[in-house]
Design a protein around this ligand. Structure first.
Ligand code: 3HC
Length: 677
């Protein structure tokens, strides 16, 4: 794990534990041993620590968390590095993250490849840097700058780290880093220990920082603990500060939030794995993508590929729609440029890769064609039948349908093996989730290519099987059915939504309906009023786009309770002979959240999702499920399957005639076991 090379009087220690040189027990033991031996070796004048492979280190080994500790502990190792009587130089390339950066902070000097990134991302795992990072970083770059890095968890480029004083020297390049580090080591006579420094800050700095970030860190334990630990660095000597850091670390790591956030980390990586596929499968080359439809979805989808440097041919039926669609894309890019996140050249580069056309035959040159047309099976079948006659052999044909059967769509072609679903979420240029829908006859290489391509354009893809609504939208169905029923029985849209936002969702079912459009799926006959949705739509309350839906809007997307809606609901109750009753928040939880979990369990038992954690990834990235609650399936596991079953049984009579309990859910509740197979 640790390779040692003596270059005359400089000892080079190379951490070699692919893929990320995580600081597991054997790496720690190897480093500690080599360091101790170097202290007693008169031939060694200085020590260089660097990482082999693609990075310095991705940090502590997260898989060790929760297991019995193995010595040496990372904090003790970092202390030993700092205590070295001979100068130690950290040579950083790729990434130095978390414990990796803490090892570098224990070094007396740091040299970095200009392309390297340095960060303390522990907060995104619900913990804080626990190997002295909260104490040494402020001593090196100041309390305010350290707060920014530690509380955001966002890595900074080496150039910025050099300006901040975190890096002493930038190398010419990645290739020359090792040689430059050794040469640099020869110029250094004595250790220079960060722990010997002190850092001062006005206590008001911490209060101000917490107040400025209140919205982001509200309800989260880790960022608050990070602030407390950095404050300790300004008040206490190193050892006492480290004790404080350790105490906070131990508290966080045993908490539910950290467990949930670590689950999300591994869930996201597990989602990339496709069951039953050979690892060495050959991907199909995708040089050009075709998109059918220049509406909101088609435009957003296209932008993902353009931004990744992949040319797109976008097809519409009328020039006006094509111009409108490309205009929106350009304006979206320009808005991003105005915020400083793109340069004018990057905007032009992306737009130059776009070929707008009315000629359907132009799709013949595309390796992947994504249909983003109207959500109607007949329309889709017609498009795919036409594509069958145009697309080149081996081209992948994808539908962005949110609900419809990929198998039925595929049957409209003579090449069902090339057909799959690529379900993007709106706004498609922003939302990370893509459900990659595997039809009964989708070829393994087409599926693998879909997954790899989605990752290439920066998305988080999850494999889903064919069913109405796939994973995410299928789980929305019981939630919305119950939410609607609750309104009739006595709840208000505000009450139902409040339960969801208090839980941590960005919005509740009715705010979401207003955003998506209350008129989606409406029959468009104002005289036919069979549901609340019909009644709202008949009065032009189509959602945010009309400034009226389940809520009133003030032009700034800010919902306020609507007396008109209250009256519509009242009238409906009278017509249906329903006497409203008080509805508890607990009932709302059970009927709108537990029912989703039940649907998730069915999705799993039917093999629509490969694993329970995939369902969590869908809800994290597609619907804003609070990451510190892991995802619906993880959350259910945390509160207990038996509690979910009990709750559902208690309200069984109110869950509608179609409601059935998932057998898998009942079985797991009886066995008290997690849902994943
Ligand atoms: N510990 C254990 N395994 C890790 C790991 C870590 N710190 N970081 C990554 N891995 C594993 C991943 O799970 C994945 O395993 P898999 O192939 O079996 O799925 C494999 O390494 C490759 O990871 P990625 O697919 O994420 O590789 P990328 O090249 O895309 O990204 C990375 C590399 C940026 C380093 C990314 O993996 C990452 O962000 N890792 C976590 C970084 C982090 O949070 N570090 C802090 C750890 S906590 C800590 O240090 C506590 C200390 O303060 C005491």
């Amino acid at each position: 794990m640790i390779e040692t090379k003596l270059h005359d009087d400089v000892l080079e220690l190379v951490m070699n534990d692919p893929p990320v040189n995580a600081l597991g027990a054997s790496v720690r033991q190897g480093l500690a041993k080599a360091l101790a031996e170097a202290q007693g070796d008169p031939a060694v004048k200085a020590i260089v620590i660097r990482g082999g492979g693609k990075m310095f280190s991705g940090g502590a080994d997260i898989t060790e968390f929760g297991k019995p500790p193995v010595e040496p502990w990372l904090p003790a190792l970092v202390d030993a590095i700092e205590a070295s009587a001979k100068p130690v130089i950290g040579a950083i390339h790729g990434m130095a993250l978390g414990g990796g950066l803490e090892v570098a902070l224990g070094c007396h000097y740091r040299i970095a490849d200009p392309e390297a990134k340095l960060g303390l991302p522990e907060v995104s795992l619900g913990i804080l840097p626990g190997a002295g990072g909260t104490q040494r970083l402020p001593r090196l770059i100041g309390a305010e700058a350290a707060l920014g890095m530690i509380v955001s968890g966002t890595p900074i480029p080496a150039s910025k780290a050099a300006q901040a004083g975190l890096v002493d020297k930038l190398s010419e390049s990645d290739d020359s880093l090792a040689a430059e580090a050794i040469a640099y080591a020869r110029t250094l006579e004595t250790p220079r220990r960060t722990g010997d420094r002190s850092v001062a800050a006005d206590p008001a700095v911490f209060e101000r920082f917490a107040a400025d970030n209140a919205r982001k860190i509200d309800n989260l334990d880790a960022p608050k603990a990070c602030i407390e630990a950095v404050k300790a660095a300004t008040e206490l000597p190193l050892t006492e500060g480290q004790e404080k850091e350790r105490a906070l670390f131990m508290q966080l790591i045993s908490g539910d939030q950290s467990r949930a956030l670590r689950h999300v980390f591994f869930a996201e990586r597990a989602a990339a794995r496709i069951d039953g596929l050979p690892k060495d499968i050959r991907l199909r080359p995708i040089g050009r993508v075709g998109v059918i439809g220049a509406g909101t979805m088609g435009g957003g989808i296209s932008m993902n590929f353009l931004s990744a440097g992949i040319p797109v041919t976008i097809v519409e039926m009328a020039q006006e729609a094509l111009d409108r669609g490309t205009g929106v894309m350009r304006r979206n890019y320009e808005a991003t440029a105005t915020k400083g996140r793109l340069t004018a050249e990057q905007v032009e580069k992306a737009m130059d890769l776009l070929t707008p056309t009315l000629d359907f035959d132009a799709l013949a040159s595309c390796d992947l064609i994504i249909e983003a047309a109207y959500e109607n099976m007949d329309v889709k079948k017609e498009i795919f039948a036409r594509l069958d006659g145009i697309a080149k052999p081996g081209a992948m044909l994808a539908s962005n349908t949110s609900y419809l059967s990929i198998d039925e769509i595929a049957a409209a072609t003579a090449r069902p093996q090339d057909v799959l679903g690529l379900h993007f979420f709106s706004p498609a240029n922003v939302m990370k989730l893509v459900e990659v829908v595997r039809g009964a006859r989708t070829a393994p290489d087409a599926l693998a290519t879909g997954m790899a391509l989605a990752r290439k354009i920066g998305k988080v893809p999850v494999v889903a099987g064919v069913c109405y609504g796939f994973i995410g939208n299928r789980m929305l169905i019981p939630r919305q059915t119950n939410a609607n029923a609750l309104l009739l029985e006595g709840a208000t849209p505000e009450q139902v939504d409040r339960v969801h936002t208090a839980f941590g969702m960005p919005m509740g079912p009715f705010q979401m309906a207003d955003l998506a459009g209350v008129d989606i799926g409406w029959h468009r006959d104002p005289s036919r009023i069979e549901s609340l949705q019909d009644a709202l739509c008949a009065q032009g309350r189509w959602g945010q786009k009309k400034q009226a839906g389940f809520y009133d809007y003030d032009g700034k997307r800010q919902p306020s309770p609507s007396p008109v809606v209250a009256k519509i609901i009242d009238d409906f109750r009278v017509k249906a002979g329903i006497t409203p009753r008080d509805i508890s928040d607990e009932e709302i939880m059970v009927r709108t959240l537990y029912t989703m979990v039940n649907e998730g369990a069915k999705i799993l038992e039917e093999g629509i999702a490969q694993r329970a954690s995939d369902i969590d990834v869908v809800w994290n990235y597609g619907y804003g499920w609070p990451r510190h609650k892991g995802g619906p399936m993880f959350w259910a596991d945390t509160i207990g399957w038996d509690r979910i079953v009990d709750g559902l049984m208690r309200y069984k009579d109110r869950l509608g005639d179609d409601f059935t309990l998932s057998p898998l859910l009942m079985q797991r509740a009886a066995e008290d076991k997690p849902l994943d197979r």
